[in-house]
Design a protein around this ligand. Structure first.
Ligand SMILES: *Cc1c(COP(=O)(O)O)cnc(C)c1O
Length: 513
């Protein structure tokens, strides 16, 4: 029997049906439109945390954490260890997610958690390197011993506005029985972003440059997912931000960085997380609920501030339009993973601990969101959320000022350069440091991308410094080299779903997986 934290249910379900880890990962989204969650969050004692886990490597810690959420009958210990080790061997740092300390000069207790040492230089690699291996592992097991024409193959289709497609591609490149097609709007992504996606030589990867906007690309992907015939023929899959395995993989760095920042002792720690779809910070919520003594999880948003408004008013309300900011990976209308937190809050504060009633509540709220564009929760629920969370909203101007300020005052290393998403987090952290006025608190700000990925904002902030040079100070050799590699892309001359489907089928035939 799996333990209660090793089975999953949908946030919108009012039945007792549960899924295995494998089903939750492969299916992604529940058929009722909800997200998969473990209704029971495993508990870890302080004894285990500070006498055992605090001494583990990143990979060992990932194993201990994941083991609690995955039945050993589904993935035996040895296999889970191999999956973890393979996933993090692609990172450029031995710590996988190292801490940079004291980058703001006088503030000894501000730590930057660098999550960008994976293959695409962004935090999504921490999850997607693991998810890619997990997909392959499950497929290989399903397909074992089957003749070639009966093997299950998955065709992953996704759209990107530039930042996130590469992490999916690098997670799935070369994986058996999986192909990946990423659509992006022609001419509307930066040269580095395009190079990262189009220079991958693996034959199971194909980028589609679509003449149109990002919204066009996203609509086409949605239409493909809704196309029953195409779906049953090609087994269309997604690796979007709501996949449970992504959240799971991200829990590790909350524990790991806590121990690094505090020297393995119990101490006061606040995490500050640049947030969009709420996937990153939600992993912190799981860490806190498992028993890691975190004082607060602080949501840092840009002008797309639905989460900040919710915590202040209790109203979850979609804006009419996305604001384009310097931190585009956080430009969202609603935060898809927030539904998971709402489920735990609804169960505790509305449903008296009843899973089924929590599902009903979420269903009602999200029906309201669909029909009226918003819903309101009562003060008890907001207070519950405020036990664990706080929030700060950061403007475009403050984002650039923060990049500049950190560059100017950082001592160790000197002239530390942060990307605009990280700047949103650092700006929020500085506000907290002033407001708390308590030097015994450790602040860990999550750095979600390498500055080279967001050249425009970084140059905008720093080009007035005479010594500053993007090529010399920011651009890693590995990314520089990409411009010399051969590009592989297929051009689609109209944002038309029929054309895109034809392109996918033509390329699939050539891939001959
Ligand atoms: C995806 C992303 C974020 C936001 O993370 P969420 O899990 O969506 O909250 C922040 N910064 C960067 C660079 C990202 O790619």
């Amino acid at each position: 029997m799996p333990s209660p934290s090793q089975v999953y249910r949908s946030t919108r379900s009012s039945s007792n049906e549960t899924k295995s880890f494998e089903e939750a990962v492969i299916q992604g989204l529940a058929t009722d439109g909800g997200l998969f969650i473990p209704p029971t969050i495993p508990q870890v004692s302080e004894e285990t945390l500070f006498n055992k886990w605090s001494k583990l490597s990143f990979q060992e810690l990932a194993f201990e954490i994941m083991r609690l959420y995955v039945d050993p009958k589904e993935i035996p210990d040895a296999d889970l260890k191999t999956l973890i080790n393979n996933s993090y061997s692609t990172f450029r740092s031995n710590d996988v997610t190292p801490l940079a300390k004291n980058v703001t000069g006088d503030k000894e207790n501000l730590h930057i958690l660098e999550l960008f040492h994976g293959p695409t230089y962004a935090f999504k690699d921490v999850a997607l390197q693991f998810v890619g291996n997990l997909f392959e592992y499950f497929l290989q097991r399903t397909n074992k011993g089957l003749p070639e024409d009966q093997k299950k193959k998955i065709t992953v289709v996704g759209a990107t506005s530039g930042d996130t497609g590469s992490a999916a591609i690098y997670g799935l490149r070369g994986k058996k029985d999986v192909s990946v097609f990423i659509l992006y709007p022609t001419g509307r992504i930066s040269p580095i972003q395009e190079e990262q996606m189009t220079t991958v030589p693996d034959k199971n990867v194909q980028t589609l440059s679509v003449k149109g906007t990002f919204d066009n690309c996203q609509d086409i992907v949605k239409a493909i997912f809704g196309d029953k015939d195409f779906n049953s023929k090609h087994n269309v899959g997604a690796v979007n931000s709501i996949n449970w395995a992504r959240i799971l993989a991200q829990i590790t760095y909350y524990f790991y960085s806590y121990f690094k920042a505090t020297g393995g002792k119990k101490d006061k720690v606040k995490f500050v997380v640049p947030s969009g779809n709420f996937g990153d910070i939600l992993a912190g919520y799981f860490a806190k609920k498992m028993g890691l003594p975190v004082k607060k999880l602080v949501i840092a948003t840009n002008a797309n501030d639905i989460l900040d408004r919710f915590l202040k008013s209790g109203t979850y309300e979609r804006s009419d339009e996305v604001a384009a900011t310097y931190s585009p990976a956080m430009d969202i209308l609603i935060s898809s993973n927030f539904e998971r937190l709402l489920w735990y809050l609804a169960r505790e504060y509305i449903a008296n601990g009843d899973d089924l009633k929590a599902g009903e509540t979420i269903n009602n709220w999200f029906n309201q969101l669909k029909t009226e564009g918003k819903f309101q929760v009562n003060q008890t629920v907001i207070n519950g959320a405020l036990n664990d969370f706080a929030s700060e909203r950061v403007s475009n101007e403050q984002t650039l000022e923060t990049i500049k300020k950190v560059y100017e005052i950082s001592e160790n290393p000197k002239h530390y350069i942060i990307d605009p998403h990280t700047a949103v987090g650092v700006c929020a952290t500085e506000r907290l440091i002033s407001a708390d006025n308590d030097s015994s608190i450790n602040y860990i700000t999550l750095s979600t991308a390498h500055p080279a990925k967001f050249a425009d904002a970084v140059n905008n902030a720093l080009s007035s410094f005479p010594d500053y040079s993007f090529d010399k100070d920011v651009l890693p050799a590995e990314l520089k080299k990409l411009s010399t590699l051969e590009k592989r892309l297929k051009f689609v001359e109209k944002p038309d779903v029929t054309l895109v489907k034809a392109a996918i089928e033509e390329e699939l035939a050539k891939m001959d997986l």
